[in-house]
Write a protein of this length. Structure first.
Length: 319
């Protein structure tokens, strides 16, 4: 009598494993060549990751990777080493923009993070702990988070993932299964298991455009931390809206415009100045520098179960 191997994998399971492997490898093949190692020049040493988003050497990384450096050293996956200058930085989203002195060859595209769903594949590429061009994979654990950065600022529109990230991954790309960059890896929770964060690509794209235009990001500050959540159809219909998601206020900063304007923790933000709010990235874009000092109407479904309109006056974010 033959012996049956208990470790034999069924054909269907083997096929699924093979498809998953090809998906990960395909995403890495598309984006991996655009990833670079970033080292500060002058001041305190340190390194992180970054990725090119244009053929002429425009590179996205984290603000905490470049810190106060004006120039950085860039090493590409193809072996090119060059320098670059920091064009701008935004501590509120931990995003910085670098212009390489020469073309870096490969580049990748920022995708649409609004299309993400919990459970989607997430691939991280970077240089953790000095191990260059390391690939890890996991899933999207949650979307539309807010988190407090090490400098005390609230970072909005954050993706939570269980893809393994370590020091040195900062500034590298979080990649979807179809090879689009969906986030900029930014932080891990010390001591936690499989909890890491990336700034969503839609917010990163907005910040990059502002840095290119103005060298900085002016924004109206209201003082909320919030999550993107599903919106019950009945609430949307009562408000005359078509959206299926909104933003739930999780925390309000003391003495902030949000608190002074009467917003409360648990309120759902449905629209700002008549424009639908379907995610944290909408809040970031709608509260730009033009809203500073201007009356701004928030349509909310309150924690008490009523539709209410609140008027806030966003202030300038202090440096």
């Amino acid at each position: 009598m033959g012996i049956i191997d208990g470790n034999i994998v069924s054909a269907d399971e083997a096929e699924l494993t093979d498809v998953y492997s090809r998906t990960i490898a395909g995403a890495v093949d598309l984006v991996g060549p655009a990833v670079s190692r970033i080292e500060r020049i002058g001041g305190r040493g340190g390194h992180g990751s970054g990725f090119a988003i244009s053929p002429d050497g425009l590179i996205v990384t984290n603000n905490h990777v470049v810190e106060d450096a004006r120039t950085v050293r860039i090493k590409t996956a193809e072996g090119l080493t060059t320098e670059g200058r920091v064009l701008g930085r935004d501590p509120d989203t931990d995003i910085a923009l670098i212009r390489a002195n020469t073309s870096v060859g490969s580049w990748a595209r920022l995708g649409d993070s609004k299309r993400l769903r919990r459970g989607h594949i997430a691939v991280a590429i970077g240089n953790p702990l000095g191990f260059e061009w390391t690939v890890t994979a996991g899933i999207i654990s949650a979307l539309g988070r807010s988190m407090r950065a090490s400098n005390g600022r609230l970072i909005d529109d954050v993706i939570q993932t269980d893809a393994a990230l370590n020091p040195g991954n900062s500034g590298g790309p979080l990649v979807s299964s179809n090879g689009e960059i969906i986030g900029v890896n930014t932080a891990v929770i010390r001591g936690a298991q499989s909890i890491a964060f990336a700034v969503a690509s839609n917010t990163a794209n907005y910040v990059v455009s502002e840095l290119l235009r103005f060298g900085r990001v002016r924004r109206g500050y209201v003082g909320i931390a919030a999550d993107t959540v599903d919106l019950h159809r009945r609430i949307a219909l009562n408000a005359g809206l078509q959206q299926t998601t909104s933003v739930r206020i999780r925390r309000i900063e003391p003495d902030s415009p949000a608190q002074l304007g009467g917003l409360q923790e648990g309120d759902l933000v449905l629209a700002i100045n008549g424009t639908a709010v379907t995610g944290i990235d909408d809040v970031v874009k709608l509260l730009d520098g033009d809203r500073i000092g201007q009356e701004t109407e928030f349509l909310v479904f309150s924690v008490y179960g009523t539709l209410e309109r609140k008027t806030l006056i966003p202030s300038a974010r202090l440096s």
